[in-house]
Design a protein. Structure first.
Length: 171
């Protein structure tokens, strides 16, 4: 006869998600030209992301922004001259966009608008955000993911973020 004391009850069968995407957690999803600020109005088991803010910028490739040929510089006396690398206007605009996002997050954190934040950004943008984010915001970050999800549907974002923020089961 089986030991019924070892059979889990229906309550014990229900598993709690270990995802960091809990109710009320804000999520910033960004790339170099578009950012979505979302809030989870669902819970960790069934996240529902609600759009709070959408930012975008027109950032054409550098070849469409710069018209001048690369400059030349002579660093030492004599006949030596070397080329000066052209400015990457596209990358500068992406970096400025990330810095603006960091400033926007700080204003919202200072106003007490959120307690928890997950940052999901394309790798280069995530690096710039990490450099630019103020301590007030950094203390509220529960996860950051180097993913570019800006062109995914919001419900798909929620599922991908929830899955990516579950700690490894070996922990």
């Amino acid at each position: 006869m089986p030991d019924l004391s070892m059979t889990p009850s229906s309550i014990e069968k229900t598993t709690k998600s270990r995802s960091a995407l809990t109710h009320g957690t804000w999520v910033l999803v960004a790339d170099g030209a578009k950012a979505l600020l979302l809030e989870n109005i669902g819970d960790a088991d069934l996240p529902v992301l609600d759009l709070r803010r959408l930012d975008s910028q027109d950032n054409p490739p550098t070849r469409d922004q710069g018209t001048a040929r690369p400059g030349r510089a002579s660093g030492t006396p004599g006949a030596r001259r070397s080329a000066v690398q052209d400015t990457d206007w596209h990358q500068l605009a992406e970096d400025r966009f990330a810095q603006d996002l960091a400033m926007m997050l700080r204003k919202r954190a200072d106003a007490g608008r959120f307690d928890r934040l997950i940052v999901v950004a394309a790798p280069k943008v995530l690096g710039e955000l990490r450099k630019s984010i103020h301590r007030v915001v950094a203390d509220r970050i529960v996860a950051d993911l180097a993913l570019d999800l800006t062109n995914h549907p919001v419900d798909e974002m929620a599922a991908l973020i929830a899955a990516a923020t579950v700690p490894d089961s070996r922990d």
